[in-house]
Structure formats: C-alpha cells, structure tokens
Design a binder for this molecule. Structure first.
Ligand SMILES: [Zn+2]
Length: 206
C-alpha cells in the first residue's frame, strides 16, 4: 500500500513535470513569435518615419530588408511600400501595392483613404508615362518616308554593296552567292530601294 502510493505520487510528479515542460516550450515559442512581431512592427514604424522625413531611398532599403525577413507581408507594409514607391516615382509598383492594401483593408483600414488618394495620383502619373512612351515611339523614322534617290534614279545595292555577290560565312568557310536583290546589276531602282527600306522588297519580287 505504501509503495503503490509512492509510485502513484512519482507518476503524478513526472506527469505534471512533463506537462509544465511542454507548456514552457509552447510559451517560449509564443514569446519568440511575439518578439518577432514586435520587431517587425518597430521596423515598419521606422519605415513610416523615414517616409515622413522624405527619406524615400532609405525607406525603400528598409522595406526590402523587412521583406527578406517576413514570411508574409503585413498589410501596413503593403501601404507604406505603395506610398513610398509613389514618391520614388515608381508608379506601377505604387499602384500595385496600394491595390494590395485596399484589397486587404477595404475602405475601413487605417490608411484606406490615403491609399485610395495616392493610388489615383499614381495612376495619373502612370498614364502620363504611357503617353510619353507613345510619343517616343512616334519618332520620325526614315522608313516612314519615301527617299529621293537623286537624278540617276539608281542606288548602289545596299545588300551586296554593288558587288552583286553576297558572301555568307558557314562552318565550311565562306560561300559566295549571287545577290538576290539587284539582279546582277549591283544597283537598285529608287522604287526598289524604298521598298527595301520598308522591308517590302522580297527576293524574287522583281
Ligand atoms: Zn545587290
């Protein structure tokens, strides 16, 4: 009777001990997570501060370092990333991240209104950029014009440089082929020349 009581007491002690050990591990893990969360929050606060100080490049560097450490991007960080990108004139990136914040928080988030306003501004800038791109694409290019070849109406064939022969380098060495464009003359008519510039003079089109 006495022995069995002892054993029972011992088992209970061991059991309780194991229980507290598990609790301790769980507690420590929760503590670690809370610490990590706190650290991330602090870093996000410092991003906000850098943005307020208009130190956008430093803010971006900080954001990138946070992105490397977090398993998922906190919603506040999506906002700051979108906001900071706007001030860095990275409008596409700005719209992208502000959209994320708005999707996550709707209109009820702490920064929702600012996100919506900034996104609208970023979209305007993005549109301007696209228009500039279109304008840049619409440059004056010679291929869009008819070129006057002068009174002879002939131009030295630019494909064979007037030699009527085109040299092709293959793994067997150089091979010589008759120029397919100028028909053994080494010259093009002005019409052919203009077609060639536009990419419309195809072999055998004459
Ligand atoms: Zn030729």
């Amino acid at each position: 009777m006495k022995w069995s009581m002892w054993i029972l007491a011992l088992l209970i002690t061991v059991g309780v001990h194991a229980q507290t050990q598990q609790d301790k591990i769980r507690e420590a893990e929760m503590q670690r997570q809370a610490n990590r969360q706190m650290q991330t929050d602090r870093q996000i606060d410092s991003v906000a501060l850098l943005i307020n100080q208009q130190n956008y490049a430093a803010a971006e560097a900080k954001i990138i370092s946070i992105l490397k450490t977090v398993r998922s991007v906190p919603s506040d960080l999506t906002f700051y990333l979108g906001k900071n990108s706007y001030y860095l004139a990275k409008y596409k990136q700005s719209v992208d991240w502000l959209n994320k914040y708005i999707q996550l928080k709707g209109t009820a988030g702490q920064f929702s209104q600012e996100a919506i306003d900034l996104k609208a501004k970023a979209e305007v800038e993005l549109l301007k950029e696209k228009q500039v791109e279109v304008q840049q694409a619409a440059q004056l290019l010679s291929k869009d014009f008819e070129i006057d070849c002068g009174p002879t109406g002939k131009v030295v064939c630019p494909v064979c440089n007037g030699s009527t022969v085109v040299i092709k380098k293959t793994y067997l060495g150089e091979t010589y082929k008759t120029c397919a464009y100028c028909n053994h003359t080494g010259a093009l008519t002005c019409e052919e020349y203009n077609k060639l510039l536009k990419g419309q003079l195809t072999v055998g089109s004459r």
